[in-house]
Design a protein around this ligand. Structure first.
Ligand code: ZN
Length: 242
């Protein structure tokens, strides 16, 4: 029993600490940025610049900084219940990368890790993310978590449960979209080219003839920041493979 408890907490630990780390990273960077800005302002005033010139300058720089950080590094959280809609393992890997989680392991592992992450952050529909390089500078935690996790084996019982629940739906075009977005004929007809491979879409087709993507799923996903990143990386990955 204790083995299961330890394993449960081990799985929970990396996502929970990672999201705090991303928020902490930005907190620390913001403090540094504001300190640097205050120093520059003090130097400008000491050199005889008017406060009426320095103050708007500080406000503009700070606003741009906060806008860029908030816009770029606070992204939507894919809820636990929506993870089963991602049936491409590549999508799960990209989602893990976006959220700063280890990208190793089987699709079941990736989905499980994302589910733990979603559960740990279920209080908000947005989460902070930080570039991997910044996190590595903050600590070596992510790298060590990735190495350790590779050594863990799949839980057979969980794998069987997943295989049963992961049976593909007969009609993909009837499956729900992420965040409870409804499918609509008007959205589908407005898609001129596949969001993933850029192939021209044939009339009345719900699935891309070029890459097999569920067009409306990726189109609706692209309406979010996290979705736009996922689709861009997916398209980029395809480009490199070809
Ligand atoms: Zn396509």
């Amino acid at each position: 029993m204790s083995w299961y408890v330890r394993r449960y907490f081990y799985r929970l630990a990396p996502p929970a600490s990672n999201i705090m780390r991303a928020g902490e990273v930005w907190g620390a960077v913001t403090v540094l940025f504001v300190s640097a800005l205050a120093t520059v302002s003090a130097l400008l005033i000491a050199r005889g610049e008017e406060l009426s010139f320095v103050l708007p300058f500080v406000v503009v720089i700070l606003s741009i900084y906060l806008y860029v950080v908030y816009k770029r590094y606070r992204v939507e959280l894919v809820p636990e219940g929506d993870l089963d809609l991602f049936d491409d393992p590549g999508d799960l890997r990209i989602l893990c990368a976006i959220y700063g989680l280890p990208r190793t392991g089987s699709p079941n592992w990736l989905r499980h890790r994302l589910a733990q992450f979603a559960r740990a952050n279920s209080g908000s529909s947005f989460v902070w993310v930080a570039p991997r390089s910044m996190k590595r500078i903050a600590s070596g935690l992510e790298v060590s978590a990735e190495k350790e996790e590779q050594e863990l084996s799949e839980d057979p019982q969980e794998l069987v449960m997943r295989m049963v629940s992961d049976e593909p739906s007969d009609d993909r075009s009837r499956r729900p979209l992420v965040w409870g977005v409804r499918r609509s004929r008007s959205r589908l007809t407005s898609i001129a080219s596949c969001p993933v491979c850029d192939s021209d879409v044939q009339e009345n087709s719900a699935v891309c003839g070029g890459c097999g993507a569920d067009l409306e799923f990726y189109e609706a996903l692209s309406e979010s920041k996290v979705g736009r990143r996922l689709v861009a990386q997916k398209a980029d990955g395809r480009g490199r493979k070809v």
